[in-house]
Design a protein around this ligand. Sequence first.
Ligand code: GDP
Length: 537
Amino acid sequence: MSDIAATTAESPARSPLAAEVSRRRTFAIISHPDAGKTTLTEKLLLFGGAINLAGQVKAKGERRNTRSDWMKIERERGISVVTSVMTFEFEGLVFNLLDTPGHEDFSEDTYRTLTAVDSAVMVIDAAKGIEARTRKLFEVCRLRDIPIITFINKMDRESRDVFELLDEIEKTLALDTTPMTWPVGRGRDFLGTYDVINGGVRLLEGGGAKTGAAQQIEIAELAKLNANLDASAVKDELELVTEASKPFELEAFREGHLTPVYFGSALRNFGVGDLLEGLGKFAPEPRAQDSDQRKVEATDPRMSAFVFKIQANMDPNHRDRIAFARLCSGKLSRGMKAKLVRTGKSMPLSSPQFFFAQDRSVADEAFAGDVVGIPNHGTLRIGDTLTEGEDFNFVGVPSFAPEIVRRVRLTDAMKAKKLKEALQQMSEEGVVQVFRPRDGAPALVGVVGALQLDVLKARLEAEYSLPVEFEVSEFQLARWISSEDRKKLDTFVAANTSSIADDVDGDPVYLARNEFYLGYTKERAEGIEFTNVKDVK
Ligand code: GDP
């Protein structure tokens, strides 16, 4: 693989900034619940020495409670509602792993997190193949052409036919596959993996955790290790795989058309080293980001960042929150002043935080690809751009059309004004989307995952003393509407006032009773565009 590694080799004239950028890999893991994401995360962190005890990541029930006491939901369900960031170093590279909630339910946070990564690892349970949530997350990655590395997990157990699994990836995701390793033996007789590129077999027993050269073992020797193994069938299969597999093409991978595939067992810490090595070699360094003015290169010396997530802090008595910002260029140093482009105001970055495994530590400097936590009291919103003084806004942090729409019912009508303020705040933080009907009816909230509603309810009660209930409204769907012809939009809005609402930015939204109504309206609304994704500007 050395020739492939050369593609990321350093050029002699590289500046210190470019060198920092080139050693960063910012990625997320996408998978269906139970495929092994937590186990894999833990093993990856172990490789990087970021944590020294296996089992800590899963122990989030116990450990995180102290930090996020306000969020009873998290405690009760033993899940992490909050997306976290883990940074670890391995062989000179800095890996930023952006975690997405592991629960079946999901929220906009999950999607937005994918706007802040440069690549993703897709974990597939070998017995199950592509599952619903994996596919959904994959689609979000595809929207942004995020390159995907595949890890087929649980090879130590009975799996589906391996050729069939690759075929499923190719067909259902329209993604070419190149197996980088290949399992030798299956299920209980799983012995290890064959290195398709360099030859040689790495055995499950002994040396599995190490990266580097695979042990060179003759196929005939393998049969001696396990009497159930048909040596000639294994040999034929490996020959077939080596000859028939699509060659790995870095460019196709980087463009999101091809995925290198690794086989392993996260539980047994097998194949994880290969995966990490693959991430280091193939996954792209921080990409250039689009803004409304120009493309911002990661090696541009002027600092810039965008906020993709806001986490309310753990202490309900303090309205402080942490904005997670992805650095896009330059260097962020502690104490520097940044310009918040939306307001034009300057804000001091006095204590940006890095997230090493589960512990926050104060960062002195960060580079493109890094994620920093910026404590603030509600100044920062999702989608905000921070610069060193320039006026541009990053584009591409999306809002998604809600899949669930509810009306908020206040038990104490006297508190309507307070509720309005609270909902405004919650929507700026990205907890839920708020739609204010033009006809003056009470506000509607929209969410992508039901859990967001629970979080909203808990927070309104804890932070604003506002007990609320949610009611099913006559509307089920919301779509942003726009038109190149301003007049057409105005006419449409005027003709449909009772179905028009404003979102948090004052942009118009069409509310529909159901898919049928939506389709019916769309057909008749010539020149009006209905979208279910909106860029937060
Ligand atoms: P997540 O929901 O994707 O985070 O999945 P977890 O990492 O919590 O794993 C789900 C279950 O699968 C747990 O019981 C793990 O111990 C188990 N598991 C994870 N990886 C492997 C593996 O490689 N082999 C086997 N046999 N079990 C695994």
